[in-house]
Design a protein. Structure first.
Ligand code: AMP
Length: 461
């Protein structure tokens, strides 16, 4: 069914067209008609499925024209980045309406948010803490509220926000429509849903445990001491547009970023210890291509939507299998394809098995051909050491990287980056296969290899 048949108003449809969306995604097909009827909804869909437009488009349609009577829609998000992103989606989809949207979140001053609220906003996208602040000072009133959206509720649970979320729900008018999105609905979340929703419809799209089919994923077994060298070697071999690297810890993210900068990459870092300005600068720089690599922790990167992330690399195996699905969801978004690599030490083999059980499929194991798994590990640079002179402090932008003096792989080994092991088993990697260009095999039975899918750039070295 085309967008034109879903009941959206002409000015919202113009927004859809301007966004370049041709066909609704499955969650949009299911959720838009339900939301337009005014019924409460529990939506469960993977990130990257078009979930935001699934609620933004019918909300814009329902609101009609601007009214300066206080927010009629509140959207609650777990992180600042998500809040900013969702507000941008509202603005983009609603660009041909006169509706007004703003975002309020912590980490920045109150002044602009306060004056935005005073000027009369139709839609307020908020993080939990800052919304509570404004509610407590009486600077935001919810009398005119008609739609409450609780997004990524499972992540709000993880972050300990549910008590405040409940307080916010209690302050909303009883007569309202509530839209509730959560990848999973464990009992604690079901309790909030029962509290917040009345006779909800359900839209479950796919299974939240599945990884996006457009993403090819692989595990690279490696000793802890060699992890960084393997990461560096992978980055040298793949022809990437932009790479998102996940670290389990904030300090780990800083360390990886420091070493990548020394190796000549342009690197952004995103984690909760960075100031809001640093976080904005990192995300904007990554989106614009000024940084080719972003190193992030799970919380900071949850749900972020950056077009053209060609590779996600898990430097650490996520402890929580659900995070694997979310991390992998950062690439291959919407109709795009992407590759996801996970570096796993023998100690992390159990975590990999947990993920495989969770997603119900084996993750192929790969070995980077030509990489010396037994050579001594390269020492990390001392923190006070200068960046690599070619990195220009932050390194070069995407597509401008220069060759590295310490490259350790003969160019002739480039076409076959790895020898694919039988999917599954956690055994140590076999010796590399002869270097022959590995062609992707069609069909789901032969998982495509991330490194051999036409992203080789023979001119790189
Ligand atoms: P989301 O799941 O809301 O984070 O959306 C993921 C990405 O899909 C965003 O870049 C959206 O702009 C994009 N998107 C949403 N709906 C559509 C659609 N119908 N067709 C193509 N892309 C879409």
């Amino acid at each position: 069914m085309p967008f034109t048949k879903l009941g959206l108003t002409p000015n919202v449809l113009r927004g859809v067209q301007a966004m370049g969306y041709t066909d609704p995604t499955p969650i949009q097909l299911r959720a838009i008609p339900v939301i337009l009827t005014g019924r409460d909804l529990i939506g469960s869909a993977q990130t990257g499925t078009g979930k935001t437009a699934a609620f933004a488009l019918p909300i814009l349609t329902k609101l009609g024209a601007h009214q300066a009577i206080g927010p009629r829609v509140i959207v609650l998000e777990p992180t600042r980045e998500l809040a900013a992103q969702v507000e941008t989606s509202f603005r983009d989809c609603g660009r041909f309406t006169d509706l007004r949207a703003t975002v309020i979140h912590g980490g920045v001053g109150y002044g602009k948010q306060r004056s935005d609220l005073r000027s009369g906003m139709d839609i307020v996208v908020a993080t939990v803490g800052r919304l509570m602040d404004f509610l407590n000072t009486g600077e935001i009133r919810l009398d005119a509220l008609s739609i409450l959206v609780l997004d990524e509720v499972d992540r709000m649970l993880d972050m300990g926000f549910l008590p405040d979320v409940k307080r916010i729900i209690q302050r909303c008018p009883k007569q309202r429509q509530t839209l509730f999105f959560s990848a999973t609905v464990p009992p604690e979340i079901q309790a909030v849903a029962s509290f917040a929703l009345r006779d909800p419809a359900r839209a479950e799209i796919g299974v939240a445990r599945t990884v996006n089919q457009s993403v090819t994923h692989a595990v690279y077994p490696v000793a802890q001491a060699k992890k960084f060298d393997l990461l560096n070697a992978l980055l040298e071999r793949i022809d990437f547009d932009s790479v998102l690297i996940f670290s389990r810890t904030k300090h780990g993210a800083d360390r990886i970023a420091r070493r990548l900068k020394s190796a000549g990459h342009s690197v952004a870092v995103l984690h909760a210890n960075r100031s809001q300005n640093q976080r904005i600068e990192a995300l904007d720089g990554f989106k614009s291509g000024r940084y080719e690599v972003m190193v992030a922790t799970d919380i900071a990167a949850r749900g972020i939507d950056v077009a053209g992330i060609s590779h996600v690399i898990n430097y650490d195996v996520p402890k929580n299998p659900e995070d694997y699905v979310h991390r992998i969801g950062r690439t291959g978004r919407a109709q795009a394809v992407g590759d996801a690599f996970t570096l796993a030490t023998p100690e992390e083999a159990g975590d990999v098995r947990d993920i495989e059980r969770f997603i119900g499929q084996r993750i192929p194991q790969e070995k980077l051909e030509g990489f010396d798994y037994h050579a001594p590990a390269t020492n990390p640079p001392r923190p006070q050491q200068q960046s690599h002179p070619r990195s220009g402090g932050q390194g070069q932008g995407r597509g401008q990287r220069q060759s590295q003096p310490q490259r350790s792989h003969p160019a002739q080994s480039r076409p076959a980056a790895h020898a694919s092991q039988s999917a599954g088993g956690q055994s140590a990697p076999r010796p590399a296969a002869p270097a022959a260009p590995a062609r992707p095999q069609p069909g789901p039975a032969a998982p495509r290899s991330g490194l051999t899918r036409g992203r080789w750039n023979p001119h790189r070295r």
